[in-house]
Write a protein that binds this ligand. Structure first.
Ligand code: FAD
Length: 505
């Protein structure tokens, strides 16, 4: 029998391991699709209930999909190696087909243990590359440039099993699936308005976003939280769990551009190509970050620049850190971003960078603590993107990334001038109009009738002086990035400027 092992590759379409397992059923035996709910992973501090429920929804749909083509998905609870052992005793496994993952250390260790188990038990293990990321230390695998990877992706046929009679190739399940109630519950709470799991949800987004109109307007809509929800693809969570492949996204973009070619004049077509490239840049960054983390997974636990060790505040009980976590900093735009996350599990990139900058620069909090908290807040949490990008924003990655300090007031005025986003997520201020909603002397202690009736407290005063703290943070980061360990006093003038690198501004 073969096991098609599902991890962060929760799909049948464009799935090399599924395709390979089905193709090899005569030689290696029928195929058992398997998902293991591993307590050691569920218990990780960065895994939260919203992630777990998203996975459940995806598995429910996947299970139906597999059933519709004649198979059955087996879901078990336990650590990977003992679980495989149990299955192997009942129905010997000849081969496991799966994807390589770029995730937390605990999953990396799990993969190593599975590899060892396979070699001990003479089980053949086939692990396919995902997202074009080359496994760390695999010198024999060629790293493609992004243009090469893109060309390869759009030219390669997507392996969709639909329409092929696969029923005979599936194995019957050696054990019953574990009931959901036996699966340990992840920590935290779910988000009421988050995206739902499942391939059909991703397909709806594909239909909405991958059109000439959406691609053309994307660059103008991604920065403001008022337009980003509709204007961005919001495909990230589906990419993070491998519900869709990045190749499928690239192909969808390519199809939009090709469709434009058939009816557009040269100028309109050139414009469309430029906007499509703008979107593709994001997929390129995504792949770069994943490769960066694959090459250095320790970024999950340490600052890339060690001179930042122990320099920032690391007390998670610090009242200012708590105020930031609960969206009560007294800076309406920052609080709206954090509260939006708490309701939806999603925020546009600029909003993410702004709240990260506030915590690491204005509050001078350790970036590893900030990243750990935000991991639970982002439904699309992808360790390979998340840990490196937070190091970049907080200045701990490399001096070449420069210094990124996002002024909370400027972000508000530039991207929520009328205060629509703030009013939506900060009910204490729901009766304030612009420009008053951006005036901290007016927002301090303000409480709308609506919020009072719902039991809110008056809106807090700003917890820090954002101008002074930004000035000091810029100076400190600049010194530290140059390898100097001395931390400056508050009255030094700032000479550094913000960075436009890595597309973060
Ligand atoms: C502090 C911080 C933490 C982040 N953590 C995550 C994370 O855990 N998981 C995650 O998927 N993204 C993360 N991002 C990147 C980015 O914010 C999200 O991918 C994006 O907002 C998701 O929305 P979307 O799918 O509508 O993106 P779109 O704007 O539609 O972009 C399309 C896709 O490109 C990729 N992408 C977009 N921007 C970036 C970027 N700056 N870097 C890398 N890839 C990008 C994503 O896969 C995204 O789905 C983080 C950004 C910041 C600043």
């Amino acid at each position: 029998m073969q096991v098609f092992l599902l991890k962060r590759n929760l799909r049948l379409q464009d799935s090399d391991p599924f395709y390979e397992a089905m193709r090899g059923y005569r030689r290696f035996g029928p195929v058992l699709p398997l998902y293991i709910h591993e307590p050691s992973i569920i218990r990780q501090p960065d895994i939260c209930l919203q992630h777990q429920n998203f996975i459940f929804e995806t598995l429910d749909e996947l299970s139906q999909e597999i059933r519709s083509i004649g198979g059955k998905l087996l879901e078990l609870v336990g650590e990977a190696v003992p679980t495989l052992d149990v299955i192997h005793q009942i129905a010997p496994i000849a081969r496991i087909c799966t994807h390589q993952e770029t995730t937390q250390g605990v999953q990396y260790e799990r993969d190593k243990a599975v590899r060892k188990w396979c070699s001990r038990n003479s089980v053949k293990l086939v692990e396919f590359q995902q997202d074009g990321v080359v496994r760390a230390g695999c010198r024999d695998q060629k790293k493609q440039t992004f243009p090469e990877y893109f060309a390869d992706s759009v030219n390669r046929e997507l392996k969709d099993p639909g329409g092929i009679d696969l029923g005979v190739r599936f194995a019957s399940t050696p054990l019953p699936s574990a009931p959901r109630v036996t699966i340990p519950r992840a920590q935290g709470y779910d988000r009421p308005f988050r995206q739902r799991g499942g391939r059909s949800e991703a397909e709806k987004l594909f239909k909405d976003f991958f059109s000439v109109g959406s691609i053309n307007s994307y660059p103008f809509k991604l920065s403001s939280p008022n337009t980003a929800w509709e204007g961005c693809s919001r495909i990230s969570a589906y990419l993070s769990y491998g519900i869709v492949s990045d190749r499928a996204v690239m192909k969808a973009i390519d199809d939009v551009v090709s469709s434009g070619h058939s009816y557009m004049d040269a100028a309109a077509f050139e414009k469309l190509q430029g906007r499509a490239r703008f979107y593709l840049d994001r997929l390129m960054w995504r792949r770069n970050y994943l490769q960066m983390f694959e090459d250095d997974p320790t970024l999950e636990h340490r600052h890339a620049l060690s001179q930042f060790d122990g320099v920032r505040i690391s007390d998670r009980e610090d009242p200012l850190f708590k105020a930031w976590q609960s969206g009560r900093t007294g800076f309406p735009f920052i609080d709206a971003c954090v509260r939006c996350l708490k309701e939806t599990g999603w925020l546009n990139m600029r909003g993410r960078a702004a709240i990260t900058s506030f915590a690491t620069m204005n509050l001078w909090h350790d970036s590893l603590n900030v990243a750990a908290f935000l991991a639970g807040e982002f439904l699309d949490y992808m360790p390979g993107i998340h840990w490196p990008i937070i190091q970049v924003v907080s200045g701990t990655a490399s001096p070449q990334n420069g210094i990124m300090v996002y002024c909370p007031m400027k972000q508000a005025l530039d991207h929520d001038k009328d205060g629509v986003f703030i009013r939506k997520y900060v009910p204490e201020l729901s009766d304030l109009q612009a420009p008053h909603i951006h005036d901290l002397s007016r927002t301090t202690n303000h409480l709308s009738d609506l919020a009072r009736r719902s039991g809110f407290l008056p809106y807090p005063a700003p917890i820090v002086d954002h101008i002074a703290t930004a000035r000091v943070a810029k100076k400190r980061v600049s010194y530290l990035q140059k390898g100097k360990v001395e931390v400056l006093s508050q009255d030094h003038e700032s000479s550094s400027t913000s960075s436009v690198q890595l597309g973060l501004l």
